[in-house]
Every structure is written in structure tokens, then in C-alpha cells.
Write a protein that binds this ligand. Structure first.
Ligand code: BES
Ligand code: MN
Ligand code: ZN
Length: 504
């Protein structure tokens, strides 16, 4: 898909726009947006509304051909709901409906003339991102493993956003917002592709090679540590998870030093379990295939790097990915085994299926060396997080002090701004009690109660040296059932958060 911005003014008007399809908004009470009015000189749109062919409800659409009064081949009317307040929710529905309609049109090019500047509490940049992501989401296909590729999706390939009566500065801002939206969509696509690939293809080595390719394309620094180097670092906790697997573990470090040399970096740590069988604490068979998605934290770090690399973000960012499989075997870690983490803390592995925290804790110790301004880990960590928050919000955990509240608020705000939301959960000493072990410093599970919180509490013990947040994306990273597939979350949240940090 190819995107651009087109400006319109008193001389260069919308009704004269030669395009395969122009999308304009209409309201519920038969009122027209400005763009719709501009095409209504002959009353054809008003007549369509009067006829009742389109309700104007958010997401309703009506396609008109050869409209008297418009040079465009087609006009797509898109419902926006109530005229007084175009809410972000209604606009999003309109954007998604536009994307669906554009996807099946015979037109080669299209013009988005929705009211980008009329959305309550949102700006033009937000609206451009909303529409771009909706169009790209609709066009996403995952058929790399199908012997017969799905027929290349029809539909509009060249999309322009109509900007009316705006200054040069607004147009420049819109162009920048568009470039950022496309970069974000590219990052989301990479995250989806990696998540959707099966575990026999998307191995730790495959993730490392993907990171190397990104490093080459965007001039990131890269280091991939192998088992020997991890042993030298004394990552006994991470390595204990790899014991049952034939696939070699990898520890990926990506660096984008786009900020000032002296600025402390922001660090992203992504859980990269390319398949989580549970190990000796084997998972039940039903739905186990979905544990190929247990590397979605890692995939979101790589997708975010793809996005910020394309944006050439002025920020120092480091991505760290501990990646391996969690498999049973005669050599696998057994329940009751005690391992020593890089931090020196000993861990009693009461359940080998609580492996995410075991790989993350060593990565969280490793990143101390970067003296980070903030560390955010991203992990498909607990089924309990799905029980708590469902599939709507990622779980956000931090300590509760001023610095951490500020980090949490920034992440929550980035989630709201990008429609990729998170919800904050507590970390408190009372939950830490549940991780007591009779034989080691700490147990790797805290019992059935508050499972996502005790998992976060486990990680917290390895993050005392810096400001840290944990995102549990178990409920948001992929969809099950007939719509099975990676969502690309939380790349939009992370990228928006980083853009905000780069802006100071
Ligand atoms: N990767 C899983 C968490 C998960 C499960 C994510 C289902 C999405 C869907 C994680 O490694 C795990 O197995 N967690 C256990 C922890 C338990 C043993 C304390 C869980 O959630 O059951
Ligand atoms: Mn597990
Ligand atoms: Zn797991």
C-alpha cells in the first residue's frame, strides 16, 4: 500500500478530485461533513441520506458510483454517528468500515476525506494513524506457509489523505504523522509475522537472524550471545529453561543510539520462548499449538525496533531478548530443582511451566550494565492475566513510588493514545510472601491466587537497580479460535511511548 497527503483549497477543490474512490463522512441526523457538502452541489448525497440507504451510524457505509457533482469515479459515504461529537471510538469504526470497503473495490486509488480534524480530544496525526493502521490491518495476510498463496488482495492500493484549507505547517505535520504511521504499521506486521510463524521455523536462531537483518537495514548495533557466553555470565536461571531443548538458546541485544551519547538508554526486554510445552510440568494438549505465540514479547521488541528504525527516532534504545524453547526431556529441569540466577538469588523451580520469569530475571539482571533510564519488559507471562483482564488490556505492573508512577502513567497514556491499552495492577509486599521457598531464596510460583501479580513480584526482585515496568501481554498478543492470529500488540503502545520520550 502506498500512502500520501493531498492538500485541497478554494482553487483545488474536493469535487474536482480525480480518484477511484473518495471516502467522505456523514452523520446520523442526515447531516453532512464539510467534505460531503463539497460533493453535494447537485444534492445527490442529501438524496441518498433522505432515502434511508445509509443510517449514518458509526461504521455504516454506502457506495455511490458516477455521483453527479464529483469527479471521482466512486464516492463512499461513511457513517460517523452523532454530529456534535465525533468520538475516537466512532471515528475508529468509520476507519475500519472504510478499510473493509476499500479492500474489495476495483479502484486503483482512493482519497480519504474523513473529518481528520474534527475528532474530540484527538488531533489530525491521531486520525491519520487510525486510518492507516485500519487499512494495513485489513490488508494483512499470513500465507507464507501456504503452498497456494491467497489471491493478492484486490482493493485500493494507493491511498491519499485529503487535507483541506490547511497551512504548510499543518501539511508538514500530517506528512510526518503519516510516515510514522506507516513505520508503525510495518513494525506491527513484522511482529504479527514472527508470532504467526510455527515454532519449527521461528526458532531462537530465526529470531536472532531476524534481529541481525534489522540491524543491517537500520544500522542498529547487535550482539547475539550463545550458550557458552550465557554460562560465562552465570545465567543459571535462563539456561535451566533450555535444558530439555535441542534448539540452541540465543540472547539478543539490539542497540539504536539515536539520542545524545550521554543520555541513559530506554531498555525493552522481550520474552522469547519460541515454544512453551510447559517442560516436565507439561501443559494439556488442547490448544498447545498456541504456545508458539510465547515469543510475542520478543516479537514486539523486534517490531518496535523496526518502527523506530524507520522513523530514525532520536532516542537511545536497547532491546534485549532471551530466547529458547521450553521442552521436556531426560535432561530437562525437574520440579524441585534449584537454580542460581545471574543475580546470585537461588530459585526453586516448583513448576517448569513458570519459565517466562526464569528467562526474564537473568535478562533483567543483565541490563543493569546499561544504567538504563527505564526498563520495560514485555511477556506473555501468565494465563492468570487473561483471567484478570481478558483480551482488552495488557497488564501493567510497576512498583508504587513517584518515579514508577510516572513511568506507568506514560505507558498507560501511550496505550490510550494508540488504542493499544493497558491496565495497571498492584505490586505489594503482601504478594511477595507467596513466593517463599523452604529450600531456596525464592520459589518460581506463588500458588493459584493472583498469579499475574506474583509473577510480576518475582520479576520485581531482579529490577532494584533501575526504574522498571512489566507488561503482561498474555491476553492481548494473539487471538484464538477462527480468527487465530497475532495482533501485533503492544507495538503501537511501545512505539507511541518511545515517540513521547524522544519528544522529551
Ligand atoms: N506462556 C505461559 C502463559 C500463558 C498461558 C500465556 C496461556 C497465554 C496463554 C506461561 O509460561 C505459563 O505457562 N504460565 C503459567 C504459570 C503457572 C505455572 C504459575 C500459567 O499461566 O499457567
Ligand atoms: Mn509456561
Ligand atoms: Zn510461557
Amino acid at each position: 500500500m502506498d500512502f500520501s497527503i493531498k492538500t485541497f483549497d478554494a482553487k483545488n477543490t474536493l469535487d474536482g478530485a480525480k480518484t477511484g474512490c473518495i471516502a467522505v463522512g456523514v452523520y446520523e441526523n442526515r447531516k453532512l461533513t464539510q467534505a460531503a457538502q463539497a460533493l453535494d452541489s447537485k444534492g445527490a448525497i442529501s438524496a441518498a441520506l433522505k432515502s434511508g440507504d445509509i443510517s449514518g451510524k458509526p461504521g455504516s457505509t454506502l457506495l455511490l458510483r458516477a455521483l453527479d457533482g464529483a469527479a471521482a469515479t466512486r464516492v463512499l459515504l461513511v457513517g460517523l454517528g452523532n454530529e456534535d461529537t465525533v468520538s475516537d471510538k466512532n471515528f475508529t469504526q468509520a476507519a475500519q468500515a472504510t478499510a473493509r470497503a476499500f479492500a474489495t473495490l476495483g479502484a486503483a486509488d482512493g482519497l480519504i476525506a474523513l473529518p481528520l480534524a474534527a475528532i474530540k480530544e484527538r488531533d489530525v496525526a491521531w486520525a491519520i494513524r487510525c486510518v492507516t493502521l485500519a487499512l494495513r490491518e485489513n490488508a494483512y495476510r499470513c500465507d507464507s506457509q501456504k503452498s497456494k498463496k491467497e489471491a493478492t488482495p484486490e482493493g485500493v492500493k494507493k491511498i491519499a489523505f485529503a487535507l483541506g484549507g490547511s497551512t504548510a505547517a499543518v501539511a508538514t505535520g500530517a506528512r510526518q504523522a503519516l510516515a510514522q504511521s506507516v513505520a508503525l504499521a510495518n513494525g506491527i506486521d513484522l511482529t504479527k509475522d514472527l508470532g504467526n510463524l510455527p515454532a519449527n521455523i521461528c526458532t531462537p536462531t530465526y529470531l536472532a537472524n531476524t534481529a541481525k537483518k534489522l540491524a543491517k537495514d537500520y544500522k542498529f548495533g547487535i550482539e547475539v550471545l550463545d550458550r557458552k557466553q550465557l554460562q560465562a555470565l552465570k545465567m543459571g536461571s535462563f539456561l535451566s529453561v533450555t535444558n530439555g531443548s535441542e534448539e540452541p538458546p540465543k540472547f539478543i541485544v539490539l542497540k539504536h543510539m539515536g539520542g545524545k551519547a550521554k543520555d541513559a538508554p530506554t531498555v525493552l526486554v522481550g520474552k522469547g520462548i519460541t515454544f512453551d510445552s510447559g517442560g516436565i510440568s507439561l501443559k494439556p494438549g488442547a490448544g498447545m499449538d498456541e504456545m508458539k505465540y510465547d515469543m510475542c514479547g520478543a516479537a514486539s521488541v523486534l517490531g518496535t525496533f523496526r518502527a523506530i528504525g524507520e522513523m530514525n527516532l532520536k532516542l537511545n534504545l536497547i532491546g534485549v531478548i532471551p530466547t529458547c524453547e521450553n521442552m521436556p526431556s531426560g535432561r530437562a529441569t525437574k520440579p524441585g530443582d534449584i537454580v542460581t540466577s545471574m543475580s546470585g538469588q537461588t530459585i526453586e523451580v516448583l513448576n517448569t511451566d513458570a519459565e517466562g520469569r526464569l528467562v526474564l530475571c537473568d535478562a533483567l539482571s543483565y541490563v543493569e550494565r546499561f544504567k538504563p533510564a527505564a526498563v520495560v519488559d514485555i511477556a506473555t507471562l501468565t494465563g492468570a492475566c487473561i483471567t484478570a483482564l481478558g483480551h482488552h488490556n495488557s497488564g501493567l505492573f510497576t512498583r508504587h513510588d513517584a518515579a514508577h508512577d510516572a513511568l506507568a502513567d506514560a505507558l498507560l497514556a501511550a496505550g490510550r493514545a494508540s488504542g493499544d491499552t493497558a491496565w495497571r495492577m498492584p505490586i505489594e509486599d503482601s504478594y511477595q510472601e507467596q513466593l517463599k521457598s523452604n529450600f531456596a531464596d525464592i520459589a518460581n510460583i506463588g500458588g493459584p491466587a493472583a498469579g499475574s501479580i506474583t509473577a510480576a513480584c518475582f520479576l520485581e526482585r531482579f529490577t532494584k537497580q533501575y526504574t522498571w515496568a512489566h507488561l503482561d501481554i498474555a491476553g492481548t498478543a494473539w487471538k484464538s479460535g477462527t480468527a487465530k492470529g497475532a495482533t501485533g500488540r503492544p507495538v503501537a503502545l511501545l512505539t507511541t511511548f518511545l515517540l513521547q520520550r524522544a519528544a522529551g
